[in-house]
Design a protein around this ligand. Sequence first.
Ligand SMILES: O=P(O)(O)O[C@@H]1[C@@H](OP(=O)(O)O)[C@H](OP(=O)(O)O)[C@H](O)[C@H](OP(=O)(O)O)[C@H]1OP(=O)(O)O
Ligand SMILES: Nc1ncnc2c1ncn2[C@@H]1O[C@H](COP(=O)(O)OP(=O)(O)O)[C@@H](O)[C@H]1O
Ligand SMILES: [Mg+2]
Ligand SMILES: [Mg+2]
Length: 326
Amino acid sequence: MADSIKERYTVGYALAAKKQHSFIQPSLIEHSRRRGIDLIKLDPAKPLSEQGRLDCVIHKLYDAVWKENLVAFRDKFPFVPVVDSPEAIERLHNRVSMLEVITQLTFSVSDGERFGVPKQVVVMDESVLSGGGAALGEELKFPVIAKPLDADGSARSHKMFLIYDQEGMKILKAPIVLQEFVNHGGVIFKVYVVGDYVKCVKRRSLPDISEEKIGTARGSLPFSQISNLTANCAQEEKNREEYGEDRSLEKVEMPPTSFLEELAKAMRESMGLNLFNFDVIRDARDASRYLVIDINYFPGYAKMPSYEPVLTEFFWDMVTKKKSHV
Ligand SMILES: O=P(O)(O)O[C@@H]1[C@@H](OP(=O)(O)O)[C@H](OP(=O)(O)O)[C@H](O)[C@H](OP(=O)(O)O)[C@H]1OP(=O)(O)O
Ligand SMILES: Nc1ncnc2c1ncn2[C@@H]1O[C@H](COP(=O)(O)OP(=O)(O)O)[C@@H](O)[C@H]1O
Ligand SMILES: [Mg+2]
Ligand SMILES: [Mg+2]
């Protein structure tokens, strides 16, 4: 069928160079093109209304010029879906407001699973870190993971520390979130959401910490983007040698699909977002207890199986307004 006789649609994208490289792959362009959707690169500094007809805009840029451009476009063309609204995305740029999404959800899950977030406190004051006061609240116990409060996409925002004791906190800079480390069998579940599509994959995580280790370990241990580091096979092999055991992910049971779908739907509606993923761990001491530890806007979808048809179908729903964007 000739493309020319069918109506065509345009999805404009505004992404950082690295993101554009990983997400706008030739396979996605081709998949969308065959469905009648052309993906075009937007110039974030030029008014969107001067960049041709747009049936949908997708983006992951946070500078003020872009935001103003987007808001002006939305005011002028309120019926063109902007995926997603910058105000809704903003909530994910802070590791406290991010997880409040979960604690504020009111739905109850049908099958006995429970969900929540690990206990955490935010430290705004340097003196608390250097030992000037009781840093951890009554309920929070070592070890903790120290996470930068801002989750703004910078390399700095992914720099974490595993902290074993008060001494280990001296290395930290405020503002920082201290979150209780929860043993979870060394596996995280990454749940990708694309509109109403939900896909869970397993990734390697930090290994469990034994009671013995908790009693003896001191100080702090830095790490960054552990689940990405271990996503490749060579690293998996190295881990296997290092730990001298079979740590393959295949044997790990997935959380029930219906549970993740219900949770993803509730999060999507509550946040007003279409494109995100969230990291979930299963409490090693209680297999029906799941903890959400991270929510990311517009994550690395190219790592999701069948990303091209899934994203193309989502674009189709947006441009044909088959489904309203949340
Ligand atoms: O680069 P990728 O493909 O690893 O994707 C990153 C995500 O990896 P994931 O898909 O969850 O494995 C990554 O997820 P994590 O925070 O590592 O769980 C972030 O979403 C990251 O975006 P940002 O730096 O927080 O703005 C994402 O980075 P950007 O591609 O958006 O820069
Ligand atoms: N509370 C926690 N208990 C155990 N492991 C955790 C916890 N929080 C984070 N992690 C581990 O640290 C990694 C990075 O933390 P995360 O909050 O996902 O930050 P990022 O935004 O950099 O991905 C997770 O993928 C997981 O392996
Ligand atoms: Mg994460
Ligand atoms: Mg993150």
